[in-house]
Design a protein around this ligand. Structure first.
Ligand code: FPP
Length: 245
């Protein structure tokens, strides 16, 4: 029996965030180049997205490229950017047919021009879709995001638009790149590493964390269903006692 059938459809998470890790190691194990792992990683992205649409998940956010990833060999960076552009172009009909809205977080201006053009065009063409919002974290770093929010808020205080007393969690959240997305209910990381690696530090304050031993290219629809099932069987107390829930 698939985990899909065990999921309580009335108690779905709203937002799943994923750190896709282990493409390089998966490829190396097979005696292949790292880029082979990234190519197969795209297949896993498709699996995760398909499962999200099937189950009616509203938000899926994927860590596709961190600010630190710019330090990889130029060959690998170029290959990742090409994979991104090709995948976006290729999947546009799928996005439209499945009512998927594409969104991005991070410093878009760091991306090569042609990536920015393709990404922006995909975002524009899917902006009226109302099903799943697929957010790609690209040239994303959470500390940078928090600093950008702090600067934006400081600027508003300086201009007299808000007072210091008005700075609260809601206002801070509204100044993050994720201002139009709820906080993740689950954060999944593949590859056996148990780190957050500068991903959505503010937003995951109450998220359930899942560290999976499989490599990202091995991630399937069933993996996502299993994580949702396990999530539903965890108790989220938000600081309260079990009896108060
Ligand atoms: C981590 O594996 C993966 C990445 C840094 C990039 C993820 C990119 C893709 C799956 C392809 C393009 C994305 C989209 C959204 C179309 P790693 O290279 O860090 O693996 P390692 O830890 O084994 O070295």
């Amino acid at each position: 029996m698939s985990f899909k059938d065990k999921i309580d459809k009335n108690n779905l998470p709203q937002h799943i965030a994923i750190i896709m890790d282990g493409n390089g190691r998966w490829a190396k194990e097979k005696g292949e180049l790292r880029v082979f792992g990234h190519k197969n990683g795209v297949t896993a992205v498709r699996e995760a997205l398909e499962a999200s649409v099937e189950i009616g998940l509203k938000y899926l956010t994927l860590y596709a490229f961190s600010t630190e990833n710019w330090n990889r060999p130029q060959f690998e960076v170029d290959a990742l950017m090409e994979l991104l552009v090709n995948s976006l172009n290729q999947e546009l009909p799928t996005f439209q047919e499945n009512n998927i809205r594409v969104n991005s977080i991070g410093r878009m201006s760091d991306l090569p021009d042609h990536c920015q053009v393709t990404l922006q065009s995909t975002i524009d063409q899917t902006k009226n879709n109302t099903g799943c919002t697929l957010t790609l974290a690209l040239s994303y770093g959470s500390r940078q995001e928090i600093l950008d929010a702090t600067k934006a808020i400081a600027e508003k205080v300086k201009k007299g638009e808000i007072s210091i007393d008005e700075i609260n969690e809601d206002l801070f959240s509204q100044n993050l790149y994720t201002n139009n997305i709820p906080d993740p209910d689950l954060l999944i990381r593949t590859s056996g590493e148990e780190r957050i690696s500068n991903y959505m530090l503010w937003q995951i304050a109450y998220s359930e964390l899942f560290f999976l031993p499989i490599m990202w290219p091995e991630f399937s629809r069933e993996t996502l269903f299993e994580c949702i099932y396990l999530f539903q069987n965890r108790e989220r107390r938000f600081g309260k006692t079990s009896e108060q829930l």
